[in-house]
Design a protein around this ligand. Structure first.
Ligand SMILES: [Zn+2]
Length: 285
């Protein structure tokens, strides 16, 4: 190991000795350890994807050799993280309030049947890369890109105190980026759910299978909102609307009976659709 990487590793080891892992994770996840935020802002401008999903250190392109030099090469435990983010930090995390965006491709089973496999995989890849770019720019933590679903976490420690408003805006941006506002329609049909709530966020697993994840009821709610959304729709929970301090009058309201829940849930519906002239509207001379 080179001297710079050794120095950084030593500093990180010292950091984790200061207090209990839970207390240190809480500080990182809630934004009381600003180094991580600076790092993410700095690293996201260095080419190229793929990157460490926590600190944005690039694993390819011109930035990659530099990252390896400072101990931010790909982790052997999980190649979606760098060594310094995943290997040095202890297993653990903290229960914090966060916002989540879940987005699902609508009708992907039918699409897969209709298209040839190569064509279908190119379409899903385009969806992943559109979503990745957008969510990294808005300081989301991409938790999963699986099948036809994207899961993004907006943590106060990475996205700041306005995480709920940013999550809602980013979901709208994803629907615009997939063409839901275009008159010719979207190039892929997507529905999304946004929820704000308390959940456990942290590093789970054991040697060799470590991952960074979110656990609890809140991610289940976000997943169900997303699966209930139609193409072009974002279902936003009341908790997310309240946390975002937005006036929800402009949004439609819907009551949803969510699977596995006794009480129906009130959700706000944001639709991204082409603007059409309403009949009877005065036309300029
Ligand atoms: Zn990292």
């Amino acid at each position: 190991m080179n001297p710079i990487a050794r120095l950084i590793k030593k500093q990180e080891e010292e950091f984790w000795k200061q207090s209990s892992p839970e207390e240190l994770w809480r500080r990182i996840l809630t934004g009381q350890e600003p180094q991580l935020v600076w790092g993410r802002h700095f690293f996201k401008h260095i080419p190229t994807d793929p990157r460490c999903k926590l600190c944005n250190a690039p694993f390819q392109g011109i930035g990659a050799p530099l990252m390896r030099l400072i101990g931010k090469g790909k982790s052997k435990l999980n190649p979606r993280f760098c060594q310094s983010c995943l290997d040095v930090s202890p297993v653990g995390g903290a229960e914090i309030e966060l916002s989540m965006v879940f987005a699902d491709v609508r009708g992907s089973t039918a699409l897969a049947e209709k298209m040839d496999p190569m064509e279908f995989s190119r379409l899903i890849d385009r969806f992943y890369s559109t979503a990745t770019k957008l969510f990294i720019q808005t300081d989301g933590l991409i938790d999963r890109l699986i099948g036809d679903q994207v899961i993004v976490l907006y943590l106060p420690g990475l996205a700041g105190p306005n995480h709920a408003a940013i999550a809602i805006e980013s979901a709208k941006e994803l629907l615009r980026a997939t063409g839901h506002a275009r008159p010719e329609g979207p190039w892929i049909r997507v529905g999304a759910g946004v929820h704000t709530g308390r959940a456990f966020v942290g590093k789970v697993g054991q040697e060799g299978v470590t991952d960074f994840t979110v656990l609890g009821d809140a991610p289940n709610v976000a997943a169900r909102l997303s699966s209930s959304a139609q193409a072009g729709e974002i279902l936003v929970s009341e908790a997310a609307v309240a946390a975002a301090h937005i006036v929800a009058d402009s949004l439609g309201m819907r009551t949803l009976a969510l699977k596995g829940r006794r009480e129906a849930m009130k959700v706000w519906v944001e639709r991204i659709a082409p603007i059409v002239d309403s009949p009877g509207r005065a036309t300029p001379e």
